[in-house]
Design a protein. Structure first.
Length: 255
């Protein structure tokens, strides 16, 4: 952390706080995208490992808030309902997190950005990708892929959102389910990156510092989310998903 403070001016530290607030606002509105916003913003002027460490605790805290908004009982039911997704995601996340230091970042970003932006754009253009009912095979596959990219980048939201949107999940339920899935994933991510060395004594204080602005932003975004209907929520979700995914592709291609 001393090295971090020596390399970062007060002005840039304020910028990191602003990025955390913005990430929180977007998450409060649509229930996801905090890791994408934070990793995209922070990694423009911070080492990738520090940017990844910075998003871990804010993601953990805000997902806990999101998953428990309707109470513990509702969160437990969501865990039971999506247990296949969670188990598949957990296994692949714990494995892939150990490769975060060897896989080229450009490959990681393309693995996330290309398929997500493609499917989100198709839906924004009117082609509805929908699943008439849940399939445990599809759920395990999507959960495994979400965990794979989550362990590498801290970003596991896009596949999850695409799956829930394809099921036409009701707004309140989708927000809660996303919080449960991301929250349990964030717990796994925290411990996985203790093992990988990303989360350590030097980076932990920075991650702690990102928590208050992220929580503030999420509170502000939640005020907006309460006022929008299901159709607007779906459209806003797809727009955020598209922008975030295309930005990841841009970073992979242009650096």
């Amino acid at each position: 952390m001393d090295v971090f403070l020596a390399d970062l001016s007060p002005q840039l530290f304020v910028v990191t706080l602003a990025i955390a607030i913005l990430a929180g606002v977007i998450k409060g509105m649509v229930g996801f995208a905090m890791p994408m916003v934070m990793i995209s913003g922070l990694s423009t002027f911070l080492p990738p490992e520090l940017a990844l460490a910075g998003l871990i605790l804010p993601t953990l805290v805000t997902n806990g808030m999101q998953s428990l908004r309707q109470g513990v009982g509702a969160a437990i039911e969501s865990i039971k309902t999506f247990r296949v997704f969670l188990i598949a995601g957990l296994v692949s996340l714990l494995i892939s997190a150990q490769f975060v230091r060897v896989l080229p970042s450009e490959v990681m970003l393309l693995l996330i950005g290309v398929p997500v932006s493609f499917f989100a754009l198709l839906q924004l253009m009117g082609l509805q990708i929908s699943l008439p009912k849940r399939s445990l095979g599809v759920e395990a596959g999507v959960g495994g892929f979400a965990g794979l990219i989550g362990g590498l980048s801290g970003v596991w939201g896009p596949p999850t959102v695409l799956y829930l949107t394809a099921l036409n999940t009701e707004k309140t339920e989708q927000m809660r389910v996303q919080g449960v899935i991301y929250g349990l994933g964030a717990v796994a991510l925290f411990f996985a990156h203790i093992g990988s060395g990303v989360m350590r004594a030097e980076t932990l204080p920075f991650s702690v510092a990102m928590v208050p602005p992220a929580v503030l932003g999420m509170w502000l975004g939640g005020k907006v989310q309460d006022r929008i209907d299901h159709a607007m929520f779906r459209k806003a979700t797809l727009v955020v998903l598209t922008v975030a995914a295309l930005n990841l592709v841009r970073r992979a291609v242009m650096g």
